[in-house]
Design a protein around this ligand. Structure first.
Ligand code: KG4
Ligand code: ZN
Length: 350
């Protein structure tokens, strides 16, 4: 199969990548719009859309030249068409459609969540290649979901967050602690110096049936703790709060993962793989907690490398390859969709 160009513009990464049918990354360019959004403490959709417009052509040029290719060498062009911020989705998918139309190359409108879900199937990442079905625990800044991945275009949402996404909770608590955005990595860094047992924090949803998550109560508890101590936190207090919060999140995620694995086994007795993805999966304590949880249920844990866990265009190109291989592609009037739940995807005929 000829290589596919992937384009990712659903949030604040402007990324392009060329991947071949064997999963080899021939060219890649990822630009994180940190400088644009940092002054506002979060992603500003309008600024993101304008930045994608400005940066995307250069990113595509860079990925294509690294791959030593022209558009005529491609077997397809895959762009994230949802879910995400509508401005960026339009920029990326219209770019893809333009190239598709100009060069007569098939276009694939990729669901961003499916791209995260199928990343584990990139050759070489998981020892036996992540055969379906497997369980995906997606923990990013915008999504926290447990998904049964049954096939390309075939997904079942087992549960997810009722309020904040896991990364969003890290970011908000980091902000309460006065850390810079995005707060997840900064919070993990200071948590390393803290005592996770010093501050009592709740574990929302723990031991409840199902695998839904909720973080708003935990975030409020942190805010109340800080209010009680007063505005001038010492570095030690800050570290203890960060460590206590991180421990609470890990406990909740491990418990929810155990429930999700049990749900998965009930439906698919052969399932034995838990894949974690999303920026939060780069947190070492989260990985360790989930590995333990997986072990306790006889599952193995696969955590793709951080650069493939967070938003990137390799996963979009790969999702395109999986669709194209099954004979799937999309028409040029496929809409960009800010909301696009995974279980509404259409499975290609098999
Ligand atoms: O998947 P991602 O790169 O982008 C999307 O949200 O789609 O995830 C970013 C999120 C942010 O909320 C960030 O704070 C969080 O992942 N994150 C972390 C860590 N690294 C990134 N959270 C906790 N610990 C980390 N080390
Ligand atoms: Zn993502």
């Amino acid at each position: 199969m000829k290589p596919v160009l992937g384009i990712e513009t659903s949030c604040d990464e402007t990324a392009a990548a060329v991947v071949d049918g064997d999963g080899r990354i021939l060219g890649e360019a990822v630009l994180t719009q940190l400088a644009e959004h940092a002054p506002f403490g979060g992603v500003v959709p309008e600024i993101a859309a304008r930045a994608h417009l400005r940066y995307l052509p250069g990113q595509v040029r860079q990925a294509m030249s690294e791959a030593r290719m022209t558009f005529g060498d491609l077997g397809g062009i895959a762009a994230t068409a949802g879910p995400g911020l509508i401005g960026g989705l339009i920029v990326g998918s219209q770019f893809g459609k333009g190239v598709s139309l100009a060069r007569g190359i098939p276009f694939v409108a990729v669901n961003h969540l499916e791209a995260h879900a199928l990343t584990a199937r990139l050759p070489g990442l998981v020892p036996d290649g992540a055969p379906f079905p497997y369980l995906l625990f997606l923990l990013s800044g915008g999504h926290s979901q447990c998904i049964a991945v049954m096939g390309v275009g075939r997904h079942l949402r087992l549960g997810g967050t009722l309020d904040d996404a896991a990364g969003e909770a890290f970011d908000k608590v980091a902000k309460l602690l006065g850390l810079a955005w995005p707060g997840g990595p900064a919070l993990e860094a200071i948590a390393a110096n803290g005592d996770p047992g010093r501050i009592e924090l709740p574990r929302p949803m723990m031991h409840r049936p199902g695998c839904d998550l909720s973080f708003s109560g935990l975030k409020t508890a942190v805010a109340q703790t800080i209010a009680r101590i007063g505005p001038d936190l010492s570095d030690g207090q800050r570290a203890d709060i960060a460590a206590g919060f991180q421990r609470a999140v890990v406990d909740v995620l491990a418990d929810r993962a155990v429930h999700a694995m049990d749900m998965m086994r009930t439906r698919f007795p052969s399932a034995g793989l838990l894949v974690v993805a999303g920026g939060v999966a780069s947190n070492a304590a989260v990985r360790t907690g989930l590995a333990k949880a997986a072990g306790s249920r006889g599952f193995s844990l696969a955590a793709p490398p951080v650069r493939l866990c967070s938003d990137n265009a390799v996963m979009v190109a790969w999702a395109g390859i999986e669709r194209l291989r099954l004979g799937g592609s999309d028409s040029l009037d496929a809409a960009a969709r800010p909301r696009w739940p995974l279980d509404t995807l259409e499975a290609p005929p098999v």
